[in-house]
Design a protein. Structure first.
Length: 256
């Protein structure tokens, strides 16, 4: 395959690839926006093809691939994905709600455990397990409406373990789950007490590529109205995604 010469504006200093390797998942999180009951899983060859194409088109200096889903720990080729990504020069992060197999943890430097009200105790147990094994672990949670008490408990847990916490506001289409402006401000006040906390309000459009199990690309995990097939359009798909439109989260009062 021939890839055109990299345009100057396509040279990306830091790039994040969110690779949704499967939509299969044993959970039913109410804020989840992913399709349900779809078992397709990216093959190792497909995974290599996409990451190698992105590497050639963007000419990045530093890139991270986040293995996501669905639940990536249900993927049969999880260890192979990690090996492929590292071989191509990517840092690898696993984002999970499940207990990663020991064989996977041995190959990972970073694990992000998603914790919300419906998996609070399980999430804490997974964090403790990874932390005990010496792995670098962080916690990610979604701020939803009426979720301040849960956020407080998660924050206190992370502070007690000295573990980084990333908080992202729900910006999906279900307005019943979207936090109010008052709740966003209260959350920011609460989070200001901890130096290892990150409020994920910065739009990643133009700095990230999201790839689904069918090898369609989009510019943001929340955007499904502007996807493009990598298989059919190849380098043009990558270029289009990196020029994607901004998701105007500020309209919903979700950014400070």
């Amino acid at each position: 395959m021939v890839v055109r010469r990299v345009r100057s504006w396509m040279r990306v200093e830091k790039l994040t690839v969110v690779f949704e390797v499967t939509y299969r998942c044993p959970f039913s999180c109410p804020h989840c926006f992913q399709p349900k009951n779809l078992s397709r899983e990216v093959s190792p060859n497909e995974f290599h093809f996409v990451l190698n194409l992105i590497k050639k088109v963007t000419d990045f200096k530093h890139a991270t691939v986040i293995l996501s889903g669905g639940e990536p720990c249900t993927a049969r080729h999880l260890s192979t994905y990690i090996d492929i990504a590292k071989h191509l020069g990517y840092d690898v992060v696993l984002e999970t709600r499940w207990l990663p197999p020991m064989t996977v943890l041995e190959h990972l430097k970073h694990v992000v455990v998603s914790i919300d009200s419906w998996n609070l105790e399980l999430g804490k147990a997974i964090v403790n397990y990874v932390h005990k094994l010496g792995g670098r672990v962080a916690v990610r949670t979604t701020l939803v409406r009426n979720g301040l008490s849960t956020l407080s408990e998660i924050l206190n847990f992370c502070m007690s373990k000295n573990i980084p916490l990333a908080v992202a506001p729900y910006i999906g289409t279900n307005t019943d789950l979207r936090p109010t402006k008052f709740e966003v401000q209260k959350a920011l006040d609460m989070l200001s007490m901890y130096r290892e906390v990150y409020y994920m309000s910065n739009c990643m459009v133009g700095k990230s590529i999201v790839v689904d199990p069918y090898l369609n690309a989009r510019s943001c995990v929340f955007l499904f109205d502007d996807v493009i097939s990598i298989v059919h359009y190849r380098e043009k798909a990558i270029e289009k995604v990196l020029q994607g439109k901004k998701y105007r989260c500020i309209e919903y009062g979700l950014v400070p």
